[in-house]
Design a protein around this ligand. Sequence first.
Ligand SMILES: Nc1ncnc2c1ncn2[C@@H]1O[C@H](COP(=O)(O)OP(=O)(O)O)[C@@H](O)[C@H]1O
Ligand SMILES: [Mg+2]
Length: 251
Amino acid sequence: MREILRVEGLKMYFGGLKAVDNLDMSVYQHKTLGVIGPNGAGKTTLFNAICGVYKPTGGKVILNGQEVQGSKPYEIARKGIARTFQISKPLHDLTILDNIIAASGVHQYTGVSSFFKKSHTREVVEKAEAVMEMVGLTEIARKKARDVSLGYLRRLEIARVLVTNPQLIMLDEPCAGLSNFAINEITELILKLKAQGQTIVLIEHNLPITMKVCDRILVLNYGQKIAEGTPSEVQQEKQVIEAYLGEEDED
Ligand SMILES: Nc1ncnc2c1ncn2[C@@H]1O[C@H](COP(=O)(O)OP(=O)(O)O)[C@@H](O)[C@H]1O
Ligand SMILES: [Mg+2]
């Protein structure tokens, strides 16, 4: 099993708050790693510290054997990590298809204005159309992003990630706030990506979804890893059950 990403002793502190503390994590090629934990556990911060949104307070982020901690987000993206955001950030005035084309961006477009200045090659358009078909957005290709529902926007986020041909896909709560129907659709999509051999890190608040799609699961609580293992191993951990049961304000 090839290790694509390794995180060693990662720390991300905000003043006195240890949002991520001394975290070790490995992501293997073609596998799906789940990162779960209560709200505020540090899941999104972990993504941000890996992807260069934040400069880690300490520790290493090793991508394909190369240390990349402290790199800028676009540098990390060029090196092959693509991530979605917990809050969708489409280009609202562009169509679904154009949003996907624009996301080829890490390699070709630096922003909306350069997108409009450039005429896209046949190859770029065909790739975007193929990805759009794969995630099930072809029917609404010509709709503007501002006019589509959250379920579609989440699929658009995944499409924008896929079109960059990433080595590693990081999804931040792709099911949050969706109806059960839309949750099932996203879950099926993740399983499809897995079947294609993609390497995925999935942040998910929902335990059953994580159990269904992940090969291994890492459990965070107060910035620290409290458990790691296969879904069935993790499910039996006392600390995991407590971290979840201790959370009264379920969403
Ligand atoms: N930019 C920031 N500045 C200060 N505190 C932050 C910042 N980002 C996150 N935090 C804090 O770090 C902790 C972990 O947050 P987060 O990573 O968003 O949790 P999760 O994604 O697991 O719900 C929380 O206490 C949050 O308030
Ligand atoms: Mg989060």
